[in-house]
Design a protein. Structure first.
Length: 401
């Protein structure tokens, strides 16, 4: 099988090696990856998708779309960004349910270093603030967490000017986007010129204060040899209470479970095989009762686990990418499990080219919604709707340009 984990870029989305290089205007970049959805949330009868869209003579804009969950019709689309390439990786409801908060990156110039981007809007997508963080360094944001005091924590990575190390980056802001503190966490190489790459992809607030964070750590060039980690840090970012590792790979998503645990998912490498994984720990980071190791999903091809949720029945659902069983080159992968991680349903969706899943929710109506990208017969933001019995709704998926 193809080993993509080792050779892919440090970024959450492999195709963003094109995006974040920021050296390609649209006419120079591949026509297959002009737009995509990376994150999705439910807001009443509507859905909000965060991602990116191509712009002529520029690169990409970060975009938010509001879509009607019944019909799949787009209600509005809003674009954000600087003078070159921008994208969103994650969107959440803002505090006080007054709108949305999204993070990603922004780049002002061809060949420049992107900065972590955080944008807050009202419920109609009107911008309330748009700010960048990590000035003078290469920074990106992959996850954002609303905090009880009306502020936010964004997580990602930082590469300081003149260095080759990438460290976990934590950016704490207040209600208005003003920085409260910024912290970096990372190891150093044994030798001066050694690179040690570490990145946080997702975070959640801990029940007793502080934050749980997952991602990849102790990787060398291109994140080779990186370790899946789960970490707890203090509410001020000053203390790392503990760090647990679970094999070679990346942790991309995590959630608190109904029975008082933490579920983590992403991509794991074992030998030359790359699979989706799911693991569960207690609040101290120790494997939960009945869990002895990360559970792996996938076939004989490459699998990539991008987003995981706990389902209404106490199980889990994951979306990502598969090359094992496809209708084309790559398909969107969707797997459901019971509470112990045993598969209860597995399905691939896609056309004749590359189709990839990145965002997943189960809404209050119990429908599952998957967003991502489709390069089959064009370049689209992908949106699919599955009922609780796993059947695809008539008239779906929707392909959005």
């Amino acid at each position: 099988m193809k080993t993509r984990l080792i050779t892919s870029a440090i970024l959450l989305i492999p195709i963003f090696a094109v995006l974040t290089s920021c050296n390609n205007k649209i006419q120079d970049s591949t026509p297959q990856y002009l737009r995509g959805g990376n994150s999705i949330l439910s807001d009443g009868s509507d859905l909000v998708i965060a991602g990116y869209n191509s712009v002529k003579l520029k690169g990409y804009d970060a975009v938010l779309l509001k879509v009607n969950s019944s019909t799949g019709d787009t209600i509005w689309t809003k674009s954000f960004g600087a003078s070159y390439s921008d994208a969103f990786f994650n969107v959440q409801r803002s505090n006080k349910a007054e709108g949305y908060i999204a993070t990603g990156f922004s780049n002002n110039a061809n060949g420049g270093s992107p900065s972590m981007l955080i944008v807050k809007t009202d419920n109609n997508g009107k911008m309330l603030f748009s700010k960048t963080y990590g000035s003078g360094s290469y920074t990106e944001g992959f996850g954002i967490v609303p905090i009880a005091d009306s502020g936010y924590l964004a997580v990602g990575f930082i590469q300081k000017s003149g260095t080759t190390n990438r460290d976990i980056f934590l950016e704490r802001i207040d209600y208005y986007g003003t920085e409260i503190w910024a912290k970096s966490i990372g190891a150093q190489g044994i030798h001066t010129n050694d690179s040690v790459n570490e990145v946080a992809y997702a975070a959640i607030a801990a029940p007793d204060s502080g934050y749980f964070i997952t991602g990849a750590m102790k990787g060398v060039a291109n994140m080779q040899g990186s370790q899946i980690f789960l970490m707890k840090v203090s509410s001020d970012g000053d203390s790392v209470y503990w760090t647990k590792t679970f094999g070679t790979g990346f942790g991309y998503s995590l959630t608190l479970t109904k029975d008082g645990g933490i579920a983590v998912s992403g991509s794991i490498l074992k030998g030359t095989d790359q699979n989706v994984f799911l693991l569960k720990t207690d609040l101290a980071g120790n494997l939960f009762t009945g869990w002895t190791a990360p559970i792996q999903y996938g076939g004989t091809g490459f699998e990539y686990g991008a987003s995981m949720i706990e389902t209404s029945d106490g199980g889990y659902a994951i979306t990502g990418i598969t090359e094992s069983v496809t209708n084309g080159l790559q398909d969107i992968y969707f797997v459901r499990t019971n509470s112990m991680g045993a598969i209860t349903y597995e399905k691939n969706f896609g056309g004749a080219n590359n189709d990839q899943g990145y965002g997943l929710i189960q809404a209050s109506d119990n429908y599952f919604y998957i967003t991502g990208l489709s390069n089959s017969d064009g370049s689209y933001i992908y949106l699919n709707k599955l009922n609780a019995g796993n059947g695809q709704e008539t008239g779906w998926p929707k392909l959005i340009q």
